[in-house]
Write a protein that binds this ligand. Structure first.
Ligand code: AMP
Length: 176
């Protein structure tokens, strides 16, 4: 895990003052760290039946695509509003200032399908909560939510556990 943590670049004051941006592009560009991260994200789910991986735009697509490939299962994109071409379910969620909306195709998951949700980082958990709401509205069972990075001080992982979804993250960083 130390190697994975070391492969993540921190950019202070991006996109605004006071935010420590945890940039996983350096991890994705490092062959060993990328593979180790995918293997470690999968390890807690060995023995769990997963039907599909759902990834949150955009870094969740890269990690989730690799995980889906490794499991030989399908991938479901959860995107910002207006990006998906077919009929969608829409879920609004709270940002620090205002609200945003995320969408998923209406036929992306079937009722009863078991889903692993994937993103690069969990902060407040608002994004993951909206994704879980979309999946549950479609009748899916969210078996777990897997992240590379947790920012525990922001409480997102606990918020998602409160929705009865197990949460795993490979590394944690202090602060925001
Ligand atoms: P949240 O909804 O607060 O859990 O925010 C999670 C989403 O925002 C993820 O898609 C992250 O990629 C992004 N994000 C939030 N905070 C950071 C941060 N400090 N560094 C990098 N990405 C972040």
């Amino acid at each position: 895990m130390d190697a994975i943590k070391a492969a993540i670049r921190t950019i202070p004051d991006y996109p605004k003052p006071g935010i420590m941006f945890r940039d996983v592009t350096t991890l994705l560009g490092n062959a060993r760290a990328f593979r180790a991260a995918i293997d470690a994200m999968l390890a807690p789910y060995a023995g769990t039946k997963i039907d599909k991986v759902a990834g949150i735009e955009a870094r969740g697509f890269i990690l989730g695509g690799a995980i889906a490939h490794q499991l030989s299962i399908g991938f479901v994109p959860i995107r910002k509003k207006g990006k998906l071409p077919f009929d969608t379910l829409t879920q609004s969620y709270q940002l620090e200032y205002g609200t945003d909306e995320m969408e998923m195709h209406t036929d992306a998951v079937s009722s009863g399908e078991r889903i692993l949700l994937v993103d690069d980082l969990i902060a407040t958990g608002g994004t993951a909560e909206a994704a879980i709401a979309l999946l549950r509205r479609a009748g899916a069972i969210v078996e777990g939510a897997s992240f590379v990075v947790d920012l525990p001080e922001l409480g997102g992982a606990d918020r998602i556990r409160g929705l009865n979804v197990p949460v795993t993250a490979l590394v944690a960083f202090e602060g925001h």
